[in-house]
Design a binder for this molecule. Structure first.
Ligand code: ATP
Ligand code: MG
Length: 390
């Protein structure tokens, strides 16, 4: 018997003629995210065969495979021959001790229709055989202690007992490229996770106002970026020095419009990063009504600063739902570390809730916006982000 991982892909199956591209990207992402652990990976009829490197740690493989978008589930499986007697003998070897004193049920799937027994017949034969050959064991179809799964496929029969659910979605890289505006908060890492799950390949940008925000706040953002990289693979974080822009806004613009002007700067600089890195969209963690700048009018003000689409996957979600995903992606504990963000340092007491675009533009025209943006873009610091540095 050979031990390997068997993955299943979800939505890919629906992709018609494009399917090949999606599958190729999925295999490439599995290869990258499980680097050093696998010998080969291949796909056949929506089943993915992940062969381990010698002595590979299956637990580690499973944990990493679970984070590859496009996979619906993954299992540690034992491959055996497509022959009922061999299946029975191998199942018995695997289950002899495991089933003692337990209840079980067999579930079978015959993907290879040339196999002489159909699924119910496989269940009956194997179930009966295990029941007769293991002491102290009962069959329980409703609520078994152990489910024995058997799949008969092209290259062999696969026996396994557990199925780990993955995140589903589409393989990163099949949905184009976008720039994530990454703060140190709860929302933007979740927004990045959600868009990557739809196949978007990310670059990230962070605005940083040293010394108003500390080196530790910057490290926190880098940590969050690395957590996202567990799901996306490596990418780049563009750290933009933002202090001069914020100070100039504070000095020249009406206080109630400061945040809006600042957010338009962020959008425009991010759009520049997008242009320079072949990205076609921006991603933010905004959610309708969550803070003053996230009213319809506020969003209109930020949208109109740029010409490319702005994806806001959290727009209709409330904080509980966002927090749930933040925990699921294991970002929450880092997101709630108490370091300040540049937005909170320069917050007006009474921000304008229903701004008009032309009033905000009037304020920003008090500044030499183009030159300031150019200066910020010239001084961007680029950090290579990889989950391996976590
Ligand atoms: P988050 O929890 O992501 O910080 P938030 O609820 O605090 O979001 P805002 O501070 O209004 O909301 O920011 C809205 C969005 O703008 C963020 O989700 C993020 O995409 C972007 N953003 C805010 N601050 C920064 C920053 N310093 N660098 C990069 N992007 C930022
Ligand atoms: Mg924030």
């Amino acid at each position: 018997m050979r031990k390997l991982l068997l993955g299943k892909c979800g939505e890919l199956a629906l992709k018609g003629l494009n399917r090949r591209n999606f599958e190729d990207q999925l295999l490439k992402n599995i290869r990258n995210q499980l680097k050093g652990l696998l010998k080969s990976v291949s796909i056949h009829q929506s089943a993915i065969y992940i062969e381990p490197e010698e002595d590979a740690d299956f637990y580690e493989m499973l944990e990493k495979a679970k984070n590859v978008f496009g996979l619906k589930s993954v299992s540690v499986v034992y491959q055996t021959e497509k022959d009922m007697d061999t299946i029975k003998a191998d199942a018995l070897t695997l289950l002899k001790d495991k089933l003692n004193g337990k209840s079980f049920k067999v579930e079978a799937k015959r993907a290879d229709k040339t196999f002489p027994l159909n699924s119910p017949a496989i269940c009956r034969e194997l179930g009966g055989f295990l029941h007769d050959n293991i002491e102290n064991v009962t069959v329980n179809v409703q609520n078994p202690d152990i489910q024995v799964m058997v799949e008969v496929r092209e290259k062999g029969a696969y026996i396994y007992f557990e199925k780990e659910e993955c995140h589903g979605g589409l393989p990163v890289g099949t949905g184009g490229r976008g720039v994530l505006l990454l703060s140190g908060g709860i929302d933007s890492p979740v927004a990045g996770f959600m868009m990557a799950k739809r196949g978007l390949k990310l670059e990230a940008v962070h605005f940083y106002s040293y010394p108003y925000t500390s080196e530790r706040a910057k490290q926190k953002v880098i940590s969050l970026a690395r957590i996202i990289a567990k799901y996306t693979g490596p990418y780049r974080l563009h750290i933009v020095p933002f202090t001069d822009i914020q100070l100039a806004i504070g000095e020249k613009c009406r206080e109630d419009m400061m945040t809006l002007v600042m957010r338009r700067f962020m959008m425009k600089i991010s759009e520049r990063v997008a242009q320079n890195n072949n990205c076609g969209a921006l991603v933010t963690g905004e959610s309708l009504g969550q803070v003053a700048s996230q009213t319809i009018e506020g969003l209109q003000v930020t949208n109109s600063a740029v010409g490319i689409p702005v994806f806001r996957p959290l727009i209709g979600m409330d904080k509980t739902e966002i927090t749930e995903i933040s925990r699921k992606m294991e970002a929450f504990e880092t997101s709630i570390l108490p370091y300040e963000d540049c937005c909170t340092v320069f917050t007006p007491k009474h921000p304008k809730l229903h701004p008009r675009v032309k009033d905000v533009i009037f304020e920003e025209q008090k500044l030499d916006m183009d030159a300031m943006i150019e200066e910020a873009v010239q001084n961007i610091e680029r950090v290579h982000i990889s989950a391996e540095d976590l």
